[in-house]
Design a protein around this ligand. Sequence first.
Ligand SMILES: [Zn+2]
Ligand SMILES: [Zn+2]
Length: 357
Amino acid sequence: MRHLVFEGAGRLAYREASPPTLESPEAALVRALAVARCDLDAALVHGRAPFRSRVLHGLRARWPAPFRSLPFGPPFPFGHECVAEVIAVGASVRGCAPGDKVVVPFQISCGDCDACRRGVTASCTAVPHGASFGLGRGAWGGVLADVVRVPFADAMLLAAPDVSPLELASAGDNVADGHRTVAPFLAKRPGAPVLVVGGEAASVGLYAVLCALALGSTRVDYLDHDRARLALAERLGARAIDDRYRKRDGAYPITVDASAEPDGLAAAVLSAEPGGDVTSVGIYFARRTPFPLLPAFFNGVHFHTSRVCSRAELPAVLALIADGRLRPSRVTTLTARFDEAPEAFLHHGPKVVLTRA
Ligand SMILES: [Zn+2]
Ligand SMILES: [Zn+2]
């Protein structure tokens, strides 16, 4: 079969590989219908995310022994956000059948370990830490492939709502990531104003804008210094603030740091009101990152940071998409075909979505 391989910054190519097989009764084989470029993919292809980071390699040391020899770093199969069609299922799979359309969370989770049962599906203990499709950690392959093996089909796959695949391509990662930055806090404080600090996690910040508005926030402010993202945020319904990352006047019950820049992180922390909730989704590839801890302490802000737990977040995300309140395609800046992936993934806008047809 053919699959897309990341060979280093700026270098993507389709290569031949042997197709995966079911291997276990809990697995399914799927074929992507639409694939989205994750914000982390964009950082990788543009050479802004390091693979030789000591922190990342430190994580690998925590993998269970049988997994430590798995490949880590380029070259590796690429692409991890998709909506797909089931082509085969193992003997014990009950939740889907060949022909079904499914949303695929990008992280591998078993559904049965203690972490999965607590909803911390990003840290499933049945697989290596960080196990996911298309990120060079382990042998799960990328989703821009003719066949993708999903090891725990019943635990992972969700029935796709009856909408265009273009609305669902990013649901299993970046849309879910944007959703978790605002959904729990708007449930606690209905209608609360939100500040999103945009940047490197470009589509996650913009999905946070969409989710906040869909969930009833009365005002979403979007702070960034990138003109194109600001204009897009405004079209989505946010109030665009064109500025470097500085503390905003006033105080927000909910703030989001999607900048991956220390100044953006500080702006999100310092702009939260006492008791407010701050979520940082940007990845800081450093051992230490400056953090305004003293003002955060005196102000009493709640700071949240983690990788998204995509499987746990997806039911709420898909419900919003199914009833038309959330239309992730409004963030898409380039649509192309799977064949065009090596060039399309170099696009500089926030979101690329590829389709098979
Ligand atoms: Zn991702
Ligand atoms: Zn698990």
